[in-house]
Design a protein around this ligand. Sequence first.
Ligand SMILES: *Cc1c(COP(=O)(O)O)cnc(C)c1O
Length: 390
Amino acid sequence: MIPVVMPTYARADLAFERGEGAWLFATDGRRFLDFGSGVAVTALGHCHPRLVEALREQAGKLWHCSNLYRVPGQEKVAATLVEHTFADTVFFCNSGAEALECCIKMARKYHHAGGNPERYRVICADGAFHGRTLATVAAGGQKKHMEGFAPAVEGFDHVPYGNLNALRDAITPETAAILVEPVQGEGGIVPGDPDYLRRLRATADEFGILLMFDEVQTGMGRTGTLFAHQQAGIAPDIMGVAKGLGGGFPVGACLATENAARGMTAGTHGSTFGGNPLAMAAAGTVLDVMLEPGFLERVENVARLLRDRVEAVAARFPHVIEQVRGKGLMLGLKCRIPNTELSARLLANGLLTVGAGDNVVRLLPPLIIGESEVDEAVAILSRTFSEVAR
Ligand SMILES: *Cc1c(COP(=O)(O)O)cnc(C)c1O
């Protein structure tokens, strides 16, 4: 008999009833160090007092009102995002896939508005992940996500990630935009070289096409800067954000320059729930906390500490871990044993991680971790690696 919850996930037999900071407490009484963060979502940890207070206060005033009216929370969050990024304007939605849908629609609309409706194709990277809607699985291009869901949404071309020549060769008079993740997440924590990202910018400008970054996973402080592309010293025209933005409340955003958004006039796009007052209370508070002086510097410092310590322990077990890679608090352990086995063993020892492509185990701790959580995580990694080695 089919379970009442549709069985689309391979779930661990484990449920949580409470979270506090970097810790999760299971219904069976066990406690876990959460280095998965709900897949890079709970950036401020669980039940951050400022977030709890902001949501409690908003919940007593107004949960939802439609986008038929002004939503002051949207105006505040958008203004903050605009102040701290390349963007001039923001569309709010509820998830990463929806943010990417908006990116893709905007790229098509941009060229349509410019009198070039034949420019609708988007060049994406092999190994990409952009979500699970029909358009975003086509953008991701993973066979396993598209199997059985044909016909695929048309208009996506794929080239090897990091290969500029292949990308330039793929540009045709029908190309509208380039879409990449600054660090591929689901694909296995594959950082894009800063020089590659800069060359993508120059190539987009050369051919009059748009550059779009999917920062759903890399954004909101995850790599040590508010957004990962900032480390390459360039900016996209359009960017999708979600995951960490609400700190656990579902909210996504599509950020764009005024030029890129030139086609997005009243009636062209919309969402019932997008940017509702509860979501905006969450996102506004997450941004307030992250933009406080010293927050991102602290993330960079603790990320360096974690990286050094994880590399040191991995180096002692070269037959278990082949490589440690990533940026900031987005680390990947490239495994020599099945990543699912390592992840299960880490869980049994009290450390939650997330698998990724290319046989990688991801470490995505909340950004609020300190030295004691790093110590604890590294101790569990070390114990688990030696169990595997035995
Ligand atoms: C998770 C993710 C998405 C999809 O986000 P959802 O909220 O699950 O729709 C898109 N792009 C990237 C890079 C992601 O990591």
